[in-house]
Write a protein of this length. Structure first.
Length: 364
């Protein structure tokens, strides 16, 4: 089937895209504000269309371990949850990363800590980008800002996961998960045959077949010298990812004297604020990190050499700002504006925060 234009929620777009991009399985558990992913998959019954397995597990812990097993067999598998549910999955995610397996995890963030609220947030930035589990591991982290990107990143995440044999997280705030927009859904991609999986994933634990030895997949290594070698291999992979997979978007940065840094749908709010400030003669631009890891450190570093200051806008108490400050390295002042508890700022609030921190720009 060809591309299809539909009006739908971001969560629904995730589900439709998973079917169309040829995923083999989805294992999840309902939690607001991402429950529509599982509900849509169940309603679409992809097992009749493509053979895709969809299962509501008994818990988040069960779901992530089903993902571990599916990924270990070379299958394209995905799970989704929201903030406290992702916390429960973190041990399994670290096992998947240490086993060097491809998997896709969606987190539609809600406010915390703890059970918090069901309203939107971006407060899981630390958890996603700094490793919510234990040990020296990394997730590739994609941050969608539209329903279209929710759909597109399902395909991109699958490709990156298999390219680097590493889990990929789509880190979406609750706004984009729940809002409705027009989206162009991709054409159907056929699921790989068992023989294609064998050829493309020679490491998979999917039966001995013609191999002389079984494939054994584990994150456990009791010999410290061998475990160090494993970790060195992980770090080499992460270096390749940092060199090749940084993604970001610039808006009105060519002549900017000031810069806003924001990710996800907050970046869209900031675009409107920037347009209004530009109309008053303030030369301000936006950089939106699309990959939160690997972070666009070099791009922000270069921009810091020609602007007078930066404002980091987030739906949290200040998390991404730490990476922004590391990139800027003290060249210019970097301030933070954020709302918490599920409150979404308006463009006017962003403007007011900028005026407070950079009054000289308004009075120039």
């Amino acid at each position: 089937m060809d591309e299809e234009v539909r009006l739908m929620k971001g969560n629904e777009a995730i589900a439709h895209a998973a079917i169309r991009y040829g995923y083999d399985g989805y294992f999840g558990y309902p939690i607001t504000p991402q429950s529509e992913v599982l509900e849509t998959l169940e309603a679409e019954m992809p097992w009749e269309k493509t053979g895709m397995v969809v299962l509501q597990a008994e818990s988040e812990v069960a779901a992530i371990n089903m993902i571990y097993g599916g990924a270990a067999s070379g299958k394209a598998v995905m799970t989704s949850s929201s903030s406290p549910g992702i916390s429960l999955k973190m041990e399994g995610i670290s096992y998947i990363a240490a086993s060097e397996l491809p998997a896709v995890i969606l987190n539609v963030m809600r406010g915390g800590p703890g059970l918090g609220t069901i309203q939107p947030s971006q407060a899981d930035y630390f958890q996603a980008t700094k490793g919510g589990g234990h040990g020296d591991y990394r997730l590739i982290v994609l941050s969608p800002a539209s329903v279209q990107e929710m759909a597109d990143f399902v395909g991109l995440a699958k490709d990156l996961a298999f390219k680097y044999c590493n889990p990929v997280m789509i880190l979406a705030d609750g706004i984009v998960g729940q809002m409705m927009e027009k989206v162009v859904l991709p054409p159907y991609h056929p699921r790989r045959t068992d023989e294609e999986v064998r050829q493309q994933c020679p490491w998979a634990a999917n039966g001995k077949g013609g191999r002389k030895q079984r494939n054994i997949i584990t994150s456990l290594e009791l010999d410290p010298s061998k475990m160090e070698v494993n970790n060195e291999r992980f770090q080499a992979t992460y270096k390749k990812i940092e060199e090749n997979e940084v993604r970001y978007e610039e808006f009105m940065c060519d002549d900017a004297e000031y810069l806003i840094v924001a990710f996800g749908t907050v970046a869209r709010i900031c675009r409107k604020a920037i347009e209004e400030m530009r109309a008053r003669g303030i030369k301000i631009g936006l950089i939106r990190p699309i990959t939160l890891w690997p972070f666009p450190t070099k791009a922000i570093e270069e921009l810091s050499k020609r602007v007078k200051g930066m404002l980091c806008v987030e739906l949290n108490a200040g998390q991404m700002i730490e990476d922004v400050k590391l990139a800027v390295d003290g060249r210019v002042p970097v301030y933070h504006f954020g709302r918490m508890g599920g409150i979404v700022p308006t463009p006017d609030e962003v403007e007011a925060a900028f005026q407070k921190d950079f009054p000289e720009a308004e009075n120039k």
